[in-house]
Design a protein around this ligand. Structure first.
Ligand SMILES: *Cc1c(COP(=O)(O)O)cnc(C)c1O
Length: 356
């Protein structure tokens, strides 16, 4: 089925490159599917999007985004359902979030017809690139760039919206070790922490390199005033199970990226009757809970890793090792539940899944 509401130019590839990938050994981000979608924004309006063979882009060295980072992106995944048809998980939520990022970065809204219908058309065309193996998916990367050829500092007037896709193999879900960051800051109230702006990632490279050298996998970011309240781990939202309550930082301060996985986890937990709290959570409270034997489980959430269990948490000299993951009831249930919905194995009662 093709998408009818979208007026779109399609130039198909002559010979598919799908033979280049080894289905038994797919490495994340190594291969890109046959086609990509490109739309231009100029003179206050979006032009007709085009789906073309995947190709390199050329830019003037004076192009805005290269200098000033007016660039945002999204991350979405498509899965094969039991009938072998591609389904996309919650793309409308990514579309809305992209436009929240766009507003904060002085970029134009991307219309639904381009983001959603364009994505469906693209995934439909490259449906053979959605892998079928256990734990595999097609990673979808929509992004927007400011492309004025002007080196002066001002909000741009010309933009490009692009979608590329890449087959993703099973995510190696080794439980992560976490270092609590009390020097560098990811996000401040009034900043851009709630957006998926390129700069949020650029600034995280140095601190993350430092803690990797120390032997940790990810940073637990804390607030910039007191380094007391936890925000996120690396580029994932974070959850702690203290006693019988699941706690995650609230998103009211613009400092936390409102993950689609986060929202899905909250919904599933509430429906199951698990006690859930979205509120400020301090590292002191986590430490106290740990030493009282009440810190039961902890995990990060994101489209790439889905649910990433936390093995240990280090804050100053305090190394907190969590119990054996096999026995974590909530995390393991969530992982299974979410996977069943994403792969279309379970009835989609939330309208989260979109066919192409
Ligand atoms: C993308 C992202 C997440 C996860 O969001 P999902 O929609 O669940 O993929 C969490 N934190 C940050 C900083 C992110 O960029």
């Amino acid at each position: 089925m093709s998408v009818s509401s979208l007026d779109i130019n399609i130039k198909k590839i002559e010979h598919s490159r799908i033979g280049e990938i080894d289905p038994a050994n797919i490495q994340f981000g190594k291969n890109y599917s046959d086609h990509m979608l490109v739309a231009y924004y100029e003179n206050g309006a979006w032009g007709k999007p085009e789906i073309t063979p995947f190709h390199n882009l050329t830019f003037s060295p004076a192009t805005t985004f290269l200098h000033y980072g007016q660039a945002i992106f999204e991350g979405v995944k498509a899965y094969k359902d039991p009938q072998g048809n591609p389904i996309i998980f919650r793309p409308y939520d990514n579309w809305k979030r992209m436009n929240r990022s766009a507003e904060r970065m002085a970029m134009p809204d991307v219309p639904k017809e381009i983001f959603i219908d364009g994505m469906r058309e693209l995934v439909n065309l490259d449906r053979d690139w959605v892998p079928t193996g256990n734990d595999t998916s097609l990673y979808i990367r929509p992004f927007m760039l400011a492309v004025d050829e002007f080196i002066g500092v001002r909000p741009a007037e010309k933009f490009m919206f692009i979608i590329i896709t890449s087959p993703a193999g099973p995510y190696y879900n080794k439980p992560v070790s976490i270092y609590v960051q009390d020097k560098y800051v990811r996000a401040f109230p009034g900043g851009i922490g709630f957006t998926k702006a390129a700069g949020n990632y650029g600034m995280s490279m140095y601190p993350s390199m430092q803690i990797k050298k120390m032997g940790y996998d990810q940073i637990l970011w804390t607030d910039g005033f007191e380094h007391k309240y936890v925000q996120e781990i690396g580029t994932m939202n974070v959850f702690f199970v203290i006693g019988d309550t699941v706690i995650t930082p609230d998103v009211t301060q613009d400092t936390i990226l409102e993950g689609v996985t986060r929202e899905s986890v909250l919904t599933l937990l509430r429906e199951k009757g698990v006690k859930v709290e979205e509120r400020p959570l301090s590292i002191d409270e986590i430490e106290e809970a740990f030493h009282a034997g009440k810190l039961k489980e902890a995990f990060g959430t994101g489209t790439a890793a889905s649910i990433a269990p936390i093995r240990e948490l280090t804050f100053h000299e305090d190394k907190m090792e969590l119990p054996d993951i096999e026995h974590w009831e909530i995390t393991n249930w969530l992982k299974q539940e979410l996977a069943d919905i994403r792969y279309g194995r379970k009835k989609d009662t939330h309208n989260w899944v979109v066919t192409v």
